[in-house]
Design a protein around this ligand. Structure first.
Ligand code: PLP
Length: 394
């Protein structure tokens, strides 16, 4: 196989989803609230997610970012609030905080790409923030027992941005279920590819119904959601702003068959990831993240450090890109990667000193490993990465 033959774009498995999407099309109703006496595909998706992760309530939205926004609004977060977030996350995360008028407080990350719990305690005490929006960036989880304990001890509400961590488990429990609310993304580069989409989960009926109403469930539309605690919903009618960030029926119809076989997909993804790690393990300047035995990982991308000097790293990236490998890099100057806090110029306060984050990301590279990759693709990428890296190793 030639590296140029590899298709790096996420590809929808049409043989898997077409039956469900065509069935949805044939109803001629693609707005979820057009279903009065039957369940829409959006309802079915919400039920399936609850069953899968073990949550009481779930709400499908147009994106994870919008689900995060609703989550924050449901907690009453406003211009008087501060929200702690890890300094390594996608730009949409601080954006959702800003959209509520609140101030993001950035917390350093460790060498394992997760929030630094020591810095979290420092920032809780210096900022007096009462909310932690914990992004499990690239599916990496911190010690969930400890973070829950820190939040409880300090009266901090935990919201999990598990946008990129659907299926990841900490000691057998799903990411997204540790916080008061959890959020998943169904955007194309995630384990479930529905183009765009988000899911919010919670066990709290009051929070749930607030998010339902604010997502765009105006008048009596809440009646077509699952039947739990609908009297709570009626009490929010016309009391809350409505942002219209609902999921449509076709998106849900594309997601359902993928969710039904998610465990198989995860097994496949992890197999490819570990194959890549294995085939690169002979190169001692490459460092992969340590495996934590408490975690069931879901690896649809690979992060690794390259222990060569900065100039070599930049040249290495350039050569890989020229070879057709869309690798990204978290270090270097003039890097416009949207996951770097220095590029969140829209933040009013952006004079952060996050030395650990700078250091811990400076050598890190990132490659997507989409679901359709075969063993042949993985071997071809490994061979090409090794070949290009070799001249930079002294
Ligand atoms: C950690 C994280 N949070 C939030 C998002 C936003 O998800 P969406 O594109 O569904 O809004 C992403 C998207 O990549 C992400 O990686």
């Amino acid at each position: 196989m030639n590296i140029k033959e590899i298709n790096w774009e996420a590809q929808l498995d049409t043989s898997l989803v077409s039956k469900s999407v065509i069935e949805a099309l044939n109803t001629k109703k693609i707005f979820r609230y057009q279903y009065k006496s039957t369940k829409s595909a959006v309802n079915k998706l919400e039920e399936l997610i609850c069953d899968y992760v073990g949550s009481k309530f779930s709400l499908a939205t147009s994106s994870a970012t919008n689900a995060i926004f609703l989550a924050l609004k449901s907690l009453g977060i406003d211009e008087n609030s501060k929200v702690l977030i890890p300094s390594f996350t996608f730009t949409a995360v601080p954006s959702a905080v800003v959209q509520c008028g609140a101030e993001p407080v950035l917390v350093d990350i460790t060498e394992n790409y997760v929030i630094d719990l020591k810095d979290l305690e420092v920032k809780i005490s210096t900022s007096q923030a009462k909310y932690l929006l914990l992004s499990h960036m690239r599916g990496h989880l911190c010690d969930m027992d400890k973070v829950v304990e820190i939040c409880k001890k300090n009266d901090v509400v935990l919201i999990e941005d598990a946008a990129h961590a659907l299926g990841v488990k900490w000691k057998g429990r799903f990411a997204g279920t540790f916080g008061l609310l959890g959020i998943f993304s169904l955007q194309s580069y995630k384990v479930i590819n529905a183009g765009e989409g988000g899911i919010l989960i919670t066990n709290d009926p009051y929070i749930f119904w607030k998010t339902v109403v604010m997502s765009g469930s105006y008048e009596d539309n809440y009646l077509s959601h699952s039947i739990h605690n609908q009297e709570i919903a009626s009490s929010y009618k016309n009391q809350l702003p409505v942002f219209n960030v609902r999921m449509n029926v076709l998106t849900a119809a594309a997601a359902i068959p993928q969710l039904q076989k998610i465990e198989e997909t995860i097994e496949n993804l992890n197999e490819k990831y570990f194959r890549f790690v294995e085939t690169m393990s002979h190169i001692d300047v490459i460092e992969f993240p340590n495996l934590n035995s408490k975690l069931r990982v879901v690896r649809d991308s690979v992060q690794f450090r390259i222990k060569v000097d900065e100039e070599s790293r930049l040249k290495f990236k350039l050569k890989l890109n020229e070879a057709g490998i869309p690798i990204s890099y978290f270090g270097g100057e003039n890097n416009n990667n949207a996951r770097l806090y220095k590029n969140w110029k829209f933040l009013c306060k952006n004079d952060f000193s996050l030395e650990k984050t700078d250091k811990n990301l400076s050598e890190v590279f990132d490659i997507r490993l989409p679901i359709h990759f075969t063993n042949e693709c993985i071997d071809c990428i490994s061979a090409e990465v090794s070949r290009i890296l070799l001249p930079f190793i002294k």
